[in-house]
Design a protein around this ligand. Sequence first.
Ligand SMILES: NC(=O)c1ccc[n+]([C@@H]2O[C@H](COP(=O)([O-])OP(=O)(O)OC[C@H]3O[C@@H](n4cnc5c(N)ncnc54)[C@H](OP(=O)(O)O)[C@@H]3O)[C@@H](O)[C@H]2O)c1
Length: 318
Amino acid sequence: MNELFCKNLPTKPIPSMGKILVTGVSGYVGGHLVVELLARGYQLRLMVRGDAEAYKRRWPNAEIVVANALDPEQVKTALRDIEVAYYLIHSLNMGPKRFESADHQAALNFKDAAEENQVKRIIYLGGLGDVSSHLSHHLGSRIDTAINLIMGKVPVTTLRAAVIFGSGGSSYEIIHHLVKKLPILLPPPWAKNKCQPIALRDLIKYLVGVLEVPETAGGYYDVGGRDILTYDEMLKDFAKIMNKKMLFISSPFNAVSLYSYISSLITPLPYTLIRCLFESLQNETVCLENSIRDIIPFQPLSYKEMILEAITEKKLSK
Ligand SMILES: NC(=O)c1ccc[n+]([C@@H]2O[C@H](COP(=O)([O-])OP(=O)(O)OC[C@H]3O[C@@H](n4cnc5c(N)ncnc54)[C@H](OP(=O)(O)O)[C@@H]3O)[C@@H](O)[C@H]2O)c1
């Protein structure tokens, strides 16, 4: 088993905590969160679509419930007798035309079901972005989800993150494949936008940390790593650490569709997902407030440390 991310977390497990529902456990963030919560002794119910038996084999110490967030009755059943629920659902895989309405409805169903079941708290992870600027469909939809959840009576803790960086994550896979396979990169103008990536390990620490600091119920927190850098710099730093000699020639063309298409040929990710993610790179995604650093104090990783950790993790998993 990998080293646990929350080993040195300054907060402590709450033994009296009732059952916790985790959604999105087949996803990148949810899958890692489950491991940490189980290791801290929490009782979990995992909400999944698909083959319950496969999830039971993966996490024999957790209860599994099959529910689709678009089905209000199933969500109500999933939330029965739950004290805290993590909301980690998003539908980007449905593609640009369908994900917004699905995410909108899923959040409304969840809000209603949580209220009916008198859940004490919801913890939601969304995306960074300045709401006063014109946000991409993807980032706008993450804000819409927060609003839909917050409209109910159950207090929601909202965390907002930019790129989550770690082995197996979509951002790492895109950068890794582009740097590994291309001799020349033509970064578009939006590659000069700023981002504050966060290591998967630090993100998980914040998700567990807010559970263990009940005063964060109803709060809104931006979470990020130590560095703010442009996407261009992220690619260059990655190439440097991989010891890869590459030519970077700035391109004047925005061409999100073309860049997404080319990237889908070079990386293992589908065009529809890359397109949604690249559209979001048009927005700056940096923390607009840092209060979480006082509430759950630890030093987040720098971008270079995240790269090294992700590369090592990838090698160990082979
Ligand atoms: N990954 C990042 O870099 C990043 C960065 C910033 C913020 N975030 C936020 O973190 C959260 C989790 O992201 P992620 O990257 O872990 O997502 P992900 O890997 O794409 O996983 C999404 C999860 O949502 C589930 N889901 C989708 N539609 C559902 C439905 N109708 N009913 C039940 N489950 C459904 C999926 O289950 P199925 O397997 O059944 O489809 C999957 O488990 C999202 O809110 C995202 O915006 C992620």
